[in-house]
Design a protein around this ligand. Structure first.
Ligand SMILES: Nc1nc2c(ncn2[C@@H]2O[C@H](COP(=O)(O)OP(=O)(O)OP(=O)(O)O)[C@@H](O)[C@H]2O)c(=O)[nH]1
Length: 878
C-alpha cells in the first residue's frame, strides 16, 4: 500500500507554512496544487530534506515508491524496504558498490531507508547491535535496509525525520569500523544506540504524547549516523496519520501474501476530525470488537446522553469511551453529557453509525399524512389575527363575532374561550381568539402550527409600526398565507395607500399593485368590509385545499388551559384531525383522562367536535400546557401508559438539564449560591399567565438578589401552598386572579403567612421588585464634615484627649473619625467626646480649638489630622 501524506501535514510537522512546502514541492517537479495535495512518503522526505538542507537537486522521484518489507541481505530478520522501485535501487546500489567503497558510498547516498524500530527497550537494541556486529563489514551498502528487532504487535506509526548535524571534518574521515556494524538505527555505536534507546524509553514513558512518535525512522539525509544529532529534541516527527497497518509480523509471517486492502487513503475510515491526532491503530483497536463481543454498527441514542449511557448503547466499557475522549484532549467523566461533536468523534472512533432520536417519538403519535388520506374531506380554515398594539385586533375579532352571531344564540360567544368558529355562506371559519404574538410564537415553538391563514391588522391611519414588522417577519417565517386587514377605514385620517406602500417595502405587496397579498379595507367600528374579509379568507382556504379525516382518531391542539373550580383541569382545544367525542380516552402531554364534557363557544354542551372546531373540554387528570397535542387513545390503559412515559421523559429531561453542568456552570452555580433569593410560591388562574409571570419575575435579578420560584401552578391557593411558605424562609405566597378560600385564609392567618393576591401583572412585578430591593444590602456614601489638627495630647484616666484646632469645615460629634498621619489613614473609629473647653458640644467650627476623644484609640500624636465624616445611606434599586 502506498502511504501518502498531505502537503499541509508536512508543513505542520516542519513548522512552516503550507505555501512554502508547496513551493518547494513544485520546484521539485511534484504535481501538487494545494495544501491538500498528497505526496508519497518518499516525496515528503525529499521535500523535508530540500527545505531543511536547501539541496538544489533533491533526489526524490516523483514516482510512487514507498517502503515495503523485504528481507535484508545482511540480516536474517525481517525488514521493511522501499517498494519495488526503491527495492530495485537498493539492490542496484548494493551490487554496484564494492565492499571497500562502502563507506564513501554511504556518504554520497542521499536516501537511507532504515526500517522503523521501537528502540525503547535496551535489551532489544543491544541484541540488535550484537547481531549486526557479526555481519560482514562488506555488507554495508550505500542504502541500508536494516532489520529492526520488532516485537509482534508493537505498533509503528509515523515517520521520524532526523535532523542532520553540521558535518564535522574529522568525523568524515574517521569513520570507525564499528559504523559498519549497523544496528536498526543505521551505523551507530552500541553506546550511542543504548543512550538513544534509553532516551527514547524515558521520553516515551514520561509523556503520553510522545508515544505517538513511535514509528518508522527514515534517515533521509544519508551519511552516517554519527552525523546525526542524538538529541531527541532535534528530531522532527512526521506522524504517519495514514498508517493503517498493524505492527510488523515476524519474518516468516511477513512473507505470506497479505489480503488486499481497499484502495485510497481513507478507504477504511470516515473523515477524521481535522486538527486532532487520531491514531488509526487505536481506532482500529476500538473499532474491532473481539470475537465474543457483539459487533454494534448502528445505535439510536437520545440527544441528551451521558458517557456511561453511550458506553451501554455501544456495549463497550465506559473506560474505552473515556480513554478515546481523553486521548483527544477531552476530559470527561462517566456522568458527563456528550455534545454533538463528541458523539460524532466517538461514532467515527468506534465505527458506529449513530442516529439521534427524540425519545418522545416513542409515545407520540406519528403525523398522519392527511393529504394522502383518501377519506380526508374539506375542513374549515383556522385564522390568527395579529398586528401592532391598538390597531384593532380585539375590535376586529369582536366585530366578526357580533356580525355572525345569530339572534338564536342569545348568550353570544363566551368571552372566555380562546377560539371560536363562525359561518360565512355555510362555510365555517375558526378564529383563534388569543390575540398577540406570544400565543402564536409559543404554539410555533411547541411545533403546533395550527394557523392556516394569518391576518395582519394595520390601522390605516397609523401605518406600519414596530410590532407590525415583527408580525410580518413571523408570518413570513411560518409560511402561512397572509391577508392584510386595513382597519379603521371609517376614520378620515385613513391613508390606505400610504400603508400599502409601507407594507410593500417590507415584502407584502398588494394584489392591486401587482403583488400577491390581498389588502382588505375594513372598519371594526362600523363593520364595514368584514364580509369582504371573510370572503377573502374562504377563497384563500379554497386554494389551500385544507383537509381532515372526520373518521380518524382525533388529534387536537391545546390553545389554553386552566384549573376551574368544580370542573378541575380544563383545556380549550382545536381539533386538527378526526372527531373528538365525549367519552374518548385522551392523552395530552403528561396529562390524560376521558373527555367528560365539551363546551363550545356558545357555552353549549356538545357531544362531538369536528376538525377545525373548538371547545373547552373537561376530564383530564392535570392541566396540560398550551401548545400540547391531545390525542385520542384506544383505551384508558393506553392513555395512561403514554402519559406516564411522558411524565418520566419530562422528569428525566429536567434532571438531565439540571445535572448538565460544565465548569463554567459550576462557577455560576457557586456564584448563585451567594445570591440572596426571595422564594415564591405562585398560583394563577390560567396557564398562559403563569408562564408570563414566571418569566417576568425570574428576570428580576441582579448580582445580589434573585427570585426563586419554589412552587407554581394553575388553580386556587391551597393549604399545601400555605404550608410550603410557612416552612420556607424568605418566602412569599402570590396569587394571580385566584383568591384563598375561608379555610385556607384562616390557616394562613394562624401561621402568619401573608397571601398577596393580584389581578394586574405589573402590580405584582412592582411588589416583587420592592421586596427584592428591600433584601439588597444598603449602600452608603461618605460625607466629610471637616478636619482638625492635633496640637497637644493630654492623658486622662479614660485615655487620651487630643487638643486640636479645626482647620477646615467643622468637626462633629456622633459620627466617625479618622486619624491621618503624614497623609496616611492610621485609624478609623468613633468620636466619643467633643469638648469646647469643659463643655460637650455637637460640633466645632473652623478656627476653633477643641478636645477630642476617640473611642479605643490612644495613639494620637501632635501633628495628626482628625477628620470627621458621616455615612449616608443610598437608595438601592434593582
Ligand atoms: N375608529 C375606529 N376605531 C377603532 C377601530 N378598530 C378599533 N378601534 C379603536 O382602537 C382602539 C384599540 O382597539 P383594540 O381592538 O383594543 O386594539 P388591539 O389591537 O386589540 O389592542 P391591544 O389588544 O391593546 O393590542 C380602541 O379604542 C378601539 O375602539 C375602527 O375600525 N375604527
Amino acid at each position: 500500500m502506498i502511504e501518502k501524506v498531505r502537503v499541509h501535514e508536512i508543513a505542520k510537522e516542519l513548522g512552516i507554512a503550507s505555501k512554502d512546502v508547496l513551493d518547494k514541492a513544485k520546484k521539485m517537479g511534484l504535481e501538487v496544487k494545494s495544501a491538500q495535495s498528497v505526496v508519497t512518503m518518499e516525496q515528503a522526505e525529499g521535500i523535508a530534506n530540500y527545505i531543511m538542507n536547501g539541496d538544489d537537486e533533491p533526489e526524490v522521484a516523483p514516482a510512487k515508491p514507498t517502503v515495503k518489507k523485504v528481507k535484508s541481505e545482511t540480516s536474517n530478520a525481517a525488514v521493511e524496504t522501499p517498494k519495488e522501485d526503491t527495492k530495485k535501487i537498493v539492490e542496484e546500489k548494493v551490487e554496484e558498490t564494492p565492499p571497500v567503497k562502502a563507506v564513501e558510498k554511504t556518504q554520497e547516498a542521499k536516501v537511507e531507508v532504515v526500517e522503523a524500530v521501537e528502540a525503547t527497550e535496551k535489551v532489544e537494541a543491544k541484541a540488535e547491535i550484537k547481531e549486526k556486529e557479526e555481519a560482514p563489514k562488506s555488507a554495508t551498502s550505500g542504502i541500508k535496509v536494516v532489520t529492526p528487532t520488532i516485537r509482534p504487535g508493537l505498533k509503528k506509526s509515523g515517520l521520524k525525520i532526523v535532523k542532520k548535524k553540521k558535518p564535522k571534518v574529522e568525523e568524515n574521515f574517521s569513520l570507525p569500523q564499528k559504523q559498519a556494524s549497523v544496528s536498526s538505527y543505521g551505523k551507530m555505536s552500541a553506546e550511542v544506540l543504548e543512550e538513544l534507546a534509553q532516551k527514547k524509553k524515558n521520553k516515551s514513558s514520561s509523556s503520553n504524547a510522545r508515544k505517538q512518535e513511535q514509528g518508522k525512522r527514515i534517515d533521509i539525509f544519508g551519511g552516517t549516523m554519527s552525523d546525526v544529532s542524538m538529541d531527541m529534541d532535534d528530531q522532527v516527527v512526521l506522524l504517519d496519520l495514514n498508517s493503517t497497518e498493524r505492527a510488523p509480523l515476524p519474518a516468516e509471517e511477513q512473507r505470506k501474501p497479505r489480503a488486499p486492502k481497499p484502495a485510497g487513503r481513507n478507504a477504511n475510515k470516515k473523515a477524521a476530525p481535522r486538527g486532532r491526532k487520531v491514531r488509526k491503530d487505536k481506532r482500529k483497536k476500538y473499532a474491532k470488537a473481539t470475537q465474543e463481543d457483539e459487533i454494534i454498527t448502528h445505535v439510536e441514542i437520545p440527544e441528551d446522553i451521558r458517557v456511561y449511557e453511550f458506553a451501554e448503547a455501544l456495549n463497550r466499557p465506559i473506560s474505552d469511551i473515556i480513554k478515546v475522549l481523553f486521548d483527544l484532549g477531552m476530559m470527561m467523566t462517566k456522568n458527563d453529557f456528550l455534545g454533538n461533536d463528541e458523539i460524532e468523534i466517538l461514532s467515527e472512533e468506534f465505527e458506529v453509525e449513530v442516529t439521534i432520536i427524540d425519545p418522545k417519538d416513542e409515545f407520540t403519535h406519528d403525523e398522519e399524512d392527511i393529504e394522502e388520506d383518501p377519506d380526508a374531506t374539506e375542513r374549515a380554515p383556522v385564522i390568527t389575527i395579529m398586528g401592532h398594539v391598538d390597531h384593532g385586533k380585539t375590535s376586529l375579532l369582536d366585530a366578526i363575532r357580533k356580525a355572525k352571531v345569530t339572534d338564536g344564540e342569545a348568550g353570544g360567544i363566551t368571552q372566555h374561550i380562546g377560539a371560536y368558529t363562525i359561518e360565512q355562506h355555510g362555510k365555517a371559519i375558526t378564529f383563534i381568539d388569543t390575540p398577540g404574538h406570544a400565543a402564536f410564537s409559543h404554539m410555533r415553538q411547541k411545533g403546533t402550527d395550527i394557523t392556516d391563514i394569518i391576518i395582519i391588522v394595520v390601522a390605516a391611519d397609523d401605518g406600519v409600526k414596530p410590532q407590525t414588522l415583527e408580525v410580518i417577519k413571523m408570518a413570513q417565517e411560518s409560511g402561512a398565507p397572509i391577508i392584510v386587514a386595513l382597519n379603521k377605514m371609517d376614520k378620515e385620517t385613513a391613508q390606505p395607500d400610504m400603508v400599502k406602500g409601507q407594507m410593500a417595502e417590507h415584502g407584502i405587496s398588494p394584489v392591486d399593485w401587482g403583488g400577491d397579498i390581498e389588502f382588505v379595507p375594513v372598519s371594526a367600528k362600523s363593520g364595514m368590509g368584514i364580509d369582504d374579509l371573510l370572503e377573502n379568507i374562504l377563497t384563500t382556504a379554497e386554494i389551500l385545499e385544507l383537509k381532515a379525516n372526520e373518521n380518524a382518531l382525533a388529534k387536537a391542539a391545546v390553545i389554553e388551559s386552566s384549573l376551574e373550580k368544580g370542573r378541575g383541569p380544563v383545556a380549550t382545544v382545536i381539533v386538527q384531525n378526526g372527531t373528538l367525542r365525549v367519552g374518548d380516552y385522551v392523552v395530552c402531554g403528561a396529562a390524560y383522562g376521558r373527555v367528560k364534557a365539551m363546551m363550545d363557544e356558545h357555552n353549549k354542551q356538545v357531544k362531538t367536535l369536528l376538525p377545525s372546531h373548538t371547545a373547552v373540554i373537561a376530564g383530564l387528570n392535570e392541566v396540560p400546557a398550551s401548545g400540547e397535542v391531545m390525542t385520542v387513545m384506544q383505551n384508558e390503559k393506553e392513555a395512561k401508559e403514554f402519559a406516564l412515559k411522558r411524565h418520566e421523559y419530562d422528569r428525566h429531561k429536567e434532571l438531565s438539564i439540571s445535572t448538565k453542568s460544565s465548569l463554567e456552570d459550576m462557577t455560576a452555580m457557586i456564584a448563585e449560591g451567594k445570591l440572596k433569593s426571595l422564594k415564591v410560591v405562585l398560583k394563577t388562574d390560567v396557564h398562559g399567565t403563569l408562564e408570563a409571570i414566571k418569566s417576568s419575575i425570574t428576570a428580576l435579578r441582579n448580582d445580589e438578589v434573585k427570585v426563586n420560584i419554589i412552587s407554581s401552578g394553575v388553580g386556587g391557593i391551597t393549604e399545601n401552598d400555605v404550608e410550603l411558605v410557612n416552612n420556607s424562609e424568605n418566602c412569599v405566597l402570590l396569587g394571580f386572579n385566584v383568591r384563598p378560600t375561608g379555610a385556607v385564609k384562616a390557616s394562613a392567618k394562624q401561621k402568619g403567612v401573608e397571601i398577596k393576591t393580584y389581578s394586574i401583572i405589573y402590580q405584582l412585578i412592582d411588589d416583587i421588585t420592592g421586596m427584592l430591593t428591600g433584601m439588597m444590602s444598603p449602600k452608603y456614601t461618605e460625607e466629610n464634615t471637616g478636619q482638625a489638627e492635633v496640637r497637644e495630647v493630654f492623658k486622662i484616666p479614660k485615655g487620651l484627649v487630643a487638643g486640636s484646632v479645626v482647620v477646615e469645615g467643622r468637626l462633629i460629634r456622633g459620627g466617625m473619625v479618622r486619624v491621618i498621619r503624614d497623609g496616611v489613614v492610621h485609624y478609623e473609629g468613633e468620636l466619643t467626646s467633643l469638648k469646647r473647653f469643659k463643655d460637650d458640644v455637637e460640633e466645632i467650627g473652623n478656627g476653633y480649638e477643641c478636645g477630642v476623644v476617640i473611642s479605643g484609640y490612644d495613639d494620637v500624636v501632635p501633628g495628626d489630622i482628625l477628620e470627621t465624616f458621616k455615612k449616608v445611606e443610598q437608595k438601592v434599586s434593582l
